[in-house]
Design a protein around this ligand. Structure first.
Ligand code: CTP
Length: 399
């Protein structure tokens, strides 16, 4: 995803600096060459040896005393992109004002013309301060890209906006900024979660889907540079805070409308939601009373969302899911019946597979009936392998 990209990671002095180590590791794992620069305050929070061990070269701490007479300009010229994470209020102020006071701000100033991503982290009061907000507006007007901050737990037990974006979200923002994800330029539609069909204002017909598989598919696509819309009946992926456009729905009918109105504009649709097949024909307007006796609930079919998308022309590359219990024989017939490009089948009754688990054991079913069993793996790994396959099938590129 970032193969061969040269990234300068700047770390300034906030408690979120510890997350810069994870970020550096993710960048290296993504194929980037990483060099780091730290402020003096950052070294109070994160060991220089930690970054050196992860990236393979010692962080730049000082402009003077080393062998290189101009380390900041050399580092800035070397970089394809600069990421500052965390970017404290002071670091944002220095960059906004063009003050080259330390190795980090001097490198950023020297990197003019190179894309720079800033991940602010500070207490809410400092983030809300008009001076910081002025600096942020200046930075954005100057062409800097910001990711976060998020709302959440802060140092000292405080809570609120100011928390640094998670490393995964920073990598995704970087991939997007560089246009370098292997799904860059793709518009992707994903559905997740189980629908709820009202019996009365209190009760519903639902299912055990947690939405974890569909959410993982959306997260993986966003992390690889796609523009993702997630139509979901469950809370969207927490913690990762990727740039995902979330459409919240509850019923099969709402999900159908949300999916059908967006599918025509999508390159790929992965419909992982567990949609109710039947709904109460005439839901009660008021709560059904025990004292009124056992109710008879008359059901009617819901729209088949997947088949609706399959019938569109032009239609997106279409991936369906099949929840089975026991044999997957029925899933092969389902792949043909539903008119999908790919069906992901799983036995939801099997240990470690299906609803609510962190792992999944799926089989890929092609329209010609060929079945490819994948072993037990995390849902995120299933998601990434699925995108590898979709990319290969759509583009013919084997890599
Ligand atoms: N699906 C859909 N709309 C429905 C029901 C299912 O779009 N009303 C989609 C699901 O999102 C999934 C695929 O169809 O991608 C298969 O769902 P599944 O429940 O396994 O299949 P069904 O069509 O319901 O078939 P069966 O009940 O016979 O297993």
């Amino acid at each position: 995803m970032l193969t061969g990209r040269r990234i300068v990671l700047g770390v300034s002095g906030g408690v979120a600096a510890y997350k810069a180590a994870y970020l550096a590791r993710r960048l290296v794992e993504g194929g980037a060459e990483v060099r780091t620069v730290m402020t003096a305050a950052a070294t109070e929070f994160l060991g220089t040896q930690t970054l050196a061990a992860i990236t393979g070269s010692a962080p730049l701490l000082d402009l003077f005393g080393g062998d290189d007479p101009s380390p900041h300009t050399n580092l800035a010229r070397w970089a394809d992109a600069v990421v500052v994470a965390p970017a404290t209020a002071a670091t944002l102020a220095r960059i906004a004002a063009g003050m080259s006071e330390d190795a980090l701000s001097t490198t950023v100033l020297a990197a003019w013309g190179t894309p720079v991503l800033l991940a602010p982290a500070m207490h809410t009061e400092m983030w809300d301060h008009p001076a910081t907000q002025r600096n942020v507006a200046t930075l954005e007007a100057d062409g800097y890209t910001l990711v976060g901050p998020e709302s959440g737990a802060l140092a000292g037990g405080d809570e609120g906006p100011g928390r640094m974006a998670e490393p995964e979200a920073i990598v995704a923002a970087l991939v997007r900024m560089l246009g370098s994800g292997d799904l860059a330029g793709w518009r992707v539609l994903v559905s997740s979660g189980g629908t709820r069909e009202a019996i009365d204002p209190v009760r519903y017909i639902g299912n055990r889907s947690s939405g974890k598989m569909g959410n993982a598919i959306a997260v993986a696509a966003a992390a690889r540079g796609a523009a993702v819309t997630l139509v979901t009946s469950v809370p969207p992926p927490a913690g990762e805070r990727l740039p995902i456009d979330v459409v919240s729905v509850e019923t099969a009918q709402q999900m159908a409308q949300a999916v059908w109105s967006r599918a025509g504009d999508s390159h790929v649709a992965v419909l992982a939601a567990a949609v109710a097949d039947f709904r109460p024909r005439d839901p009660a307007g008021t709560k059904l009373r025990r004292t009124d006796g056992t109710p008879a609930i008359d059901l009617e079919p819901t729209p088949d969302i997947l088949q609706g998308v399959a019938a569109m022309s032009p239609r997106p590359f279409l991936v369906g899911f099949a929840a089975e219990t026991g044999s997957l024989d029925e899933a092969v017939a389902k792949a043909q019946r539903k008119g999908v490009d790919l069906l992901v089948a799983n036995d939801v009754a099997k240990e470690g597979s299906g609803f609510g688990t962190e792992t999944n054991e799926v089989s890929l079913i092609m329209p010609d009936g060929t079945t490819e069993p994948w072993g037990l793996m995390s849902k995120r790994e299933v998601a990434d392998r699925l995108w590898d396959r979709i990319r290969k099938m759509r583009t013919g590129d084997p890599h």
